[in-house]
Each structure stands twice: as structure tokens, then as C-alpha cells.
Ligand binder design. Structure first.
Ligand SMILES: Nc1ncnc2c1ncn2[C@@H]1O[C@H](COP(=O)(O)OP(=O)(O)OP(=O)(O)O)[C@@H](O)[C@H]1O
Ligand SMILES: [Mg+2]
Length: 324
């Protein structure tokens, strides 16, 4: 499989951040040509791409989850794969298997769809727990080990998994530990009425996603990812992140609060958000912008609390915790 070129040498100075920020703007403009999506949601998707995180798209059927993933994949000149999950999907169907080559009389590795740069895992909660854990393990490790041989995955590597929040029959809900592996959980919601009318008109002319061309290379995405790691964060900002985590842990509505991993992801996402906005340093605003998308899905809410209590817990934590 073709691997993207390694990222070019990192440039210095804040003007390079402005250049890297342009990448997100270009991707957002391109995707918006084909999919009606709130700018905030699209921004979070691009934060995950640039912060090397994975995305859980949780929403009702037919709101454009698959369309959004396809639009992102077409916007970056990279390898895209799609996995439709069913209960009989095997771990090897996702990560790859060793197959016997008769002619050469030896086993050779046939890579699975996770070796693509952008992987759409549709209806992840229909896959068996064994397949889910095989996938989530390689999301974390960024490599696949089959019969003692380890194979590195491609870079960039972004998993976009979708699930439908109202369907339970025949599904295997992701365990907490696995949900924690996703940097952000996003939902698309219904478009605004005007936008939906526009969408109907657009679709009369055919599938707009197919008309999208790439506006960024894989190497540019790698450079942006590298740029995001160079965004600075101060000690008080890190302290702010930890105080937010503690606010979730101490909330009486919460059985299990945000983990240290959640804090790492929140800070990484905040840095990518800062870079997208052309800054070389992260601010509390960046942390606040991402707090819902990064933290809400990781909380285990007490069973007596209503649906959506997680979002309230985060909103309350953000308003109660002093920024700096
Ligand atoms: N917000 C949207 N913007 C543009 N097109 C949309 C939007 N929502 C739905 N569509 C169109 O509606 C059709 C269904 O969307 P899509 O397949 O992306 O839904 P989905 O959320 O993946 O559904 P499912 O959960 O059933 O897989 C597609 O043709 C898609 O282009
Ligand atoms: Mg779909």
C-alpha cells in the first residue's frame, strides 16, 4: 500500500501557524459544498483530524453521517476505506489476515481496511465485541499485530465510527473503556430549514459528494498535525484542564468522571483548535470550545439522571471552574 510522504521539516514562527490554519479553512469550505453541517461540528471534526484523534459520530439515520465522512475523505488526497459492521464481521476482516500463497508456499499478510488513511466504520455497535476490540486496539496502537508480526498503520490515520443512539436490538453498545478511545463524539442534528430545502435542490442534480475533489494532500495534514504538537500550553492552562476533570469527578450526577486520558485528549484537541485559529499558544477558550465534544461521552452518568445529563455536567463544569 502506498504510504504518504513524511511531513516536511517543521517551519518556525507564528506565520507558519497561519499557513497551517489555512488548511482547515480549505477543508471546511470544500466539505460544506456537499454536506450541510454546523460550522462548529465541522470544526470539531477537523480538530480531531489535526490532533490525531478519532471521531464517534452518533446520530439518527439519514442525517448525513456517511456523507460527511465521504466528503472529508474526498477532500484530502488520501486512501479511504469503509467497513459496514454486522455481527458476523470478523476482527481479521477489519485489521487484515495472513493468507497462504500457494505459488510461493508461504503466508503473506493481506492488510485490512484499517490500513487506509481515513476509515469509515459504519454502525460500529453492530460489530461483535471481539471485532470492536480488535479495531479499537489498533486505533490506540496505530499498528496491527497478526501472528507475532507487527504492521504499522498509515499516517494520517483517522477512524470515523458511526452509531445510531436509538437502536438497541442486535447491537453491542461500546463499553466505556472503548468509548474513551474516541477523541470526540459529534452529532450532526437536523439541518436548519433553509439549509434542508437547499439540500433537496442540490440532490436533484446528483450526489454532490462525488463531485468533490481533494483540496489538501496527506503530507499537508501531517504537517498540520506536527504543527499542532508545537502549540504551547502554559502550566495554568494544564491546571485548568485538570480542574475541569475534577469537576466532573465530583459531580453527584456522575458515577465515573473524566479520566486522565480525557485530559490528555482535551489538551491535544485544544492545541489543534488554537492552531486552526492561527495561534501558536492554547487558551482557555480553546479548552472550552472542545470540552463538550471531548468530555461528555466519557462520563458514566448515574442511572436515575435523564438522557443528556452528561452535556449538562460539562456545561456546569465549564461555567463553575475559574478559567485561569
Ligand atoms: N446534512 C446533510 N447534508 C447533505 N446531505 C445530506 C445531509 N443529511 C442527509 N443527506 C443526504 O441524505 C442521504 C442519507 O445520508 P447518509 O447516508 O449520510 O446518512 P447517515 O446518517 O449515514 O444514515 P445511516 O445512519 O442510515 O447510515 C445521502 O444522500 C446524503 O447525501
Ligand atoms: Mg450511514
Amino acid at each position: 500500500m502506498e504510504r504518504p510522504e513524511p511531513a516536511p521539516a517543521a517551519p518556525h514562527a507564528s506565520e507558519s501557524f497561519a499557513g497551517l490554519a489555512g488548511l482547515a479553512g480549505r477543508l471546511a469550505a470544500n466539505i460544506s459544498k456537499a454536506v450541510q453541517v454546523r460550522p462548529e461540528t465541522l470544526g470539531h471534526l477537523l480538530v480531531a483530524l489535526i490532533a490525531e484523534g478519532h471521531v464517534l459520530l452518533e446520530d439518527y439515520p439519514g442525517v448525513g453521517k456517511t456523507a460527511l465522512a465521504r466528503a472529508l475523505a474526498r477532500s484530502v488526497d488520501c486512501h479511504f476505506a469503509r467497513v459496514q459492521c454486522t455481527s458476523d464481521l470478523l476482527p481479521g476482516d477489519v485489521v487484515g489476515t495472513n493468507v497462504y500463497n500457494q505459488r510461493e508456499q508461504r503466508f503473506e499478510f493481506r492488510p485490512g481496511p484499517v490500513f487506509a488513511n481515513i476509515v469509515l466504520v459504519d454502525e460500529i455497535n453492530r460489530a461483535s465485541p471481539k471485532t470492536q476490540s480488535g479495531l479499537l486496539e489498533c486505533m490506540q496502537e496505530r499498528s496491527v499485530t497478526v501472528d507475532v508480526h507487527t504492521h504499522e498503520l498509515a499516517r494520517p490515520f483517522l477512524v470515523l465510527a458511526t452509531q445510531n443512539p436509538v437502536e438497541y436490538e442486535g447491537t453491542y453498545p461500546l463499553p466505556e473503556a472503548q468509548v474513551d478511545r474516541f477523541m470526540v463524539r459529534l452529532s450532526l442534528g437536523y439541518p436548519q430549514r433553509g439549509a434542508e430545502v437547499e439540500m433537496l435542490a442540490d440532490h436533484e442534480a446528483g450526489d454532490k459528494v462525488l463531485a468533490l475533489g481533494p483540496v489538501a494532500s496527506a503530507a499537508e495534514v501531517l504537517a498540520a498535525q506536527d504543527g499542532a504538537t508545537r502549540v504551547r500550553a502554559t502550566e495554568p492552562l494544564r491546571d485548568y484542564v485538570v480542574r475541569l476533570l475534577w469537576a466532573t469527578r465530583e459531580d453527584p450526577r456522575v458515577d465515573l468522571g473524566a479520566s486522565p486520558r480525557a485530559g490528555l485528549m482535551l489538551l491535544r484537541a485544544a492545541k489543534a483548535h488554537a492552531m486552526i485559529h492561527g495561534r501558536d499558544h492554547a487558551l482557555p477558550d480553546d479548552v472550552q470550545a472542545l470540552a463538550q465534544a471531548v468530555l461528555a461521552h466519557r462520563l458514566v452518568i448515574a442511572p436515575e439522571c435523564p438522557r443528556g445529563a452528561g452535556a449538562e455536567v460539562i456545561a456546569d463544569a465549564v461555567s463553575a471552574v475559574r478559567a485561569l
